[in-house]
Design a protein around this ligand. Sequence first.
Ligand SMILES: C[S@@+](CC[C@H](N)C(=O)[O-])C[C@H]1O[C@@H](n2cnc3c(N)ncnc32)[C@H](O)[C@@H]1O
Length: 457
Amino acid sequence: MIRISRFREFVKRFIPQHQRRRLSRIVQHLNRIFQRFTVGYVRWPQSLLVFDSSIELCGHEGLIDALKKAGAQCKERGQSILISSLSEIKKVSISLASEYPHAFDLEIFPEICMEVTRGVHNNGFATELITPDMVDTLQMRMLVSNILSTYRIAPRIYDVLRLRCGQSYYFALVIEHLEGGVPNVEKGLEFVSKIKRIIEREGLVVQRGVVDAALGLLPPNFGGKILEDASGNCYLVDCSDLTLKKYDKTMMDYLDSTRRLAQMSDSEIPRRPNFYYQSIPFLEPAGKRDMSSRVGFLEGMLERNGYVFDRSKVLDIGCNIGMFGAYMLHKGAGWYTGLDQPLVVDGGRRILYYGGYSRFDLIASNLLVDDVNCILPTHEFDLVLFLAMREHIGLPEWLPSLSYKFLLYEGHVTESIEESLEFLTQNLPNIRILEEAIWTERDSSCRPVVLCEGLDV
Ligand SMILES: C[S@@+](CC[C@H](N)C(=O)[O-])C[C@H]1O[C@@H](n2cnc3c(N)ncnc32)[C@H](O)[C@@H]1O
């Protein structure tokens, strides 16, 4: 295999600078053509969590009866059943109630059983092709609602999960908990025109007819789909009739428009004029760091030391566009929290949504000045990632006060393993070194990597 560094040397030596730019454009164009054929393939689908239900799962009517018998209050919403408070959700599944770091509602779909869920990708028995199969599914509803949530006009959907009782499975959505009522006609109509503008901008379409009639958003009660909260913000609480029509094109256009946000480009490299720091393996765009090989290396180190991915809680300090999150969620993590600069996390959040990921928070922060303890939704983690960050932020003051089982550290290319060990042991008194290694990949020279165990704070 030709090493990229050799190729780079060759190009610098034999191709004049003005020709390199042209070559870069040609390579970029060829890459785009290649992506058109490969974009739909999800290599790291988010794992589907399964929770045991303490209530017998037996069709729509049967489920309502069983919920009533268990004293769990619920509301019928068309084909689904909505359970809105944590105390009621606990009656269905105790482990589920404590899994997510935000207040949520549970919407159960008794009619969606295994046979008709071919479109629900990421479930291990259906398909990994997301482009056509996501249409009309809970996954698509999750994607649309999450895209609209970036404008704060729809709730976030934190997950699509399976509830299991004996041999039966039901699908359910974990939806951000919102409280409020129907807005007045004037406010509701104003909100509908706002939604229409955003829907058009985002390349979303309704299945039939024009937006307000097809979505049932007509006054006076707007189909019960618009909710105004106590601060006067309105939300479209049911996005089930909306779909992203040109899924791959929208996604690739978005990547093109945001590439500059997360780039760490080397204009000497004859690939793209700008490319991401982290490559995006599930969409193919290139990056300075090759995520596929990186995660393979880190995973080996974690597994050798007894790390359990399943339902783990991960914090990534300086997460860039969140590609470690994508991988952790693929491996079964319960929740991923990433911290980085505002523009970078805005880009990353979208990319993760487009990739079908939902169990995460990407939080904007200036890690040099913010007290991160005040902005984190939880403070206990199974794994903290501190990768290629020392040069940027040193060791943040708040890091020693976090509680974690494992901390994975990656140093910079100029750093020796001895320097890394000294840096860690001097700054973090509550750790034990488990394993150290030297890592090298495509565009990046050798870097020290250290896995530590977190001792009680
Ligand atoms: C070398 S990259 C490492 C990214 C990631 N940890 C990885 O290993 O792939 C450094 C990251 O730190 C972020 N960063 C640098 N200074 C920062 C700051 N003051 N606050 C928040 N993020 C910062 C950058 O946006 C970038 O994503």
